[in-house]
Design a protein around this ligand. Structure first.
Ligand SMILES: Nc1ncnc2c1ncn2[C@@H]1O[C@H](COP(=O)(O)OP(=O)(O)O)[C@@H](O)[C@H]1O
Ligand SMILES: [Mg+2]
Length: 282
């Protein structure tokens, strides 16, 4: 059984978070190989991992995804999830999300009162995300991006509490971790050029956060005519809204960091198991 973990030229062997996962798969006799996306792949399953340079090569990346055998998550999931405009679709289905306006190039933006965020609809690693109060600056940023962008009120709870990432494997809750605030005033600085360094820690979610994450996954599955268990991996990032209730900030079904270094070996075993089940169907 062969499993390929897809990476990119800048991080060909991943960022280190999957070391224990690779070891667990190898202990079970699985042939695991890291491979930067873009080339020929032969495998029973291809799992998207640190493919984080795709926002600059979107068409090429999706064409490659369409050509590989047995992609996880499946291609229709990736196509839908790679563009954060899905936030508006989830909101329309009643999911409590951070209020999100989608602004296409050339469209006149309507900015929320107070502080707000402008970020590319297709983006990873906080690149291109900026926090603004001034409309002129925000407009200049939209123009510089030159792509479809999201405008959201800045959730000030993030400064105090950051966000909670809830990880699911094959639709079942596994573990959670905490991420500190990423945006200072103005534009986020990606020192590596690929992603802004994150401050992470393990955390126990509240029952309301878990319930929201489950609702998000159920609605996403319904929109895609899939079952929740068809999401081999999922990360639901939630923040605290102005009334203290959790809101969805991001649903990551494409290439999320899964925080294995921040949790127990049980999470590794759970993912190893669902990977092997998926690969044996491949
Ligand atoms: N509306 C918002 N309010 C507060 N912080 C935000 C908001 N949108 C984004 N951020 C900050 O920017 C980071 C990156 O944004 P996110 O939507 O998660 O995109 P990605 O992680 O795919 O780059 C978040 O982790 C969060 O710290
Ligand atoms: Mg994020």
């Amino acid at each position: 059984m062969k499993v390929v973990f897809a990476s990119c030229g800048r991080l060909p062997l991943g960022d280190g978070d999957e070391e224990s996962l690779v070891a667990a798969l190898q202990r079970d006799g699985v042939d695991v190989e890291w491979q930067p996306w873009g080339g020929e792949v032969e495998a029973d399953l291809v799992v998207l991992r640190t493919t984080w340079d795709y926002p600059d090569h979107l068409d090429e990346f999706l064409a490659w995804c369409a050509g590989v055998p047995m992609l996880a998550n499946p291609l229709p999931v990736v196509r839908w999830n790679i563009d954060k405009s899905y936030m508006a679709e989830l909101a329309a289905r009643g999911v409590p999300v951070v209020p999100t306006a989608v602004v296409r190039p050339g469209e006149e933006p309507v900015f929320p009162d107070g502080e707000f965020v402008v970020k590319p609809a297709v983006g990873a690693g906080s690149r291109g995300a900026g926090r603004f109060t001034g409309h002129a600056e925000a407009r200049a940023h939209l123009e510089a991006l030159g792509v479809t962008a999201l405008v959201q009120p800045y959730q000030s709870s993030v400064d105090a509490h950051g966000e909670t990432a809830l990880v699911f494997f094959a639709g079942d809750y596994s573990h959670s971790f905490h991420k500190g605030p990423m945006l200072a005033q103005g534009l986020a600085e990606a020192e590596s050029g690929l992603y802004v360094e994150e401050r992470l820690a393990g955390i126990e979610p509240t029952t309301r956060q878990v319930a929201l994450a489950e609702q998000v996954l159920d609605v996403a599955a319904e929109l895609l005519s899939l079952r929740r268990s068809d999401f081999l991996y999922a990360r639901v990032d939630v923040v605290e809204g102005p009334d203290g209730e959790p809101l969805l900030l991001e649903l990551e079904l494409t290439e999320p960091s899964l925080g294995f270094k921040l949790t127990t070996g049980e999470a590794v075993s759970r993912f190893s198991k669902v990977i092997q089940e998926a690969a044996s169907r491949g």
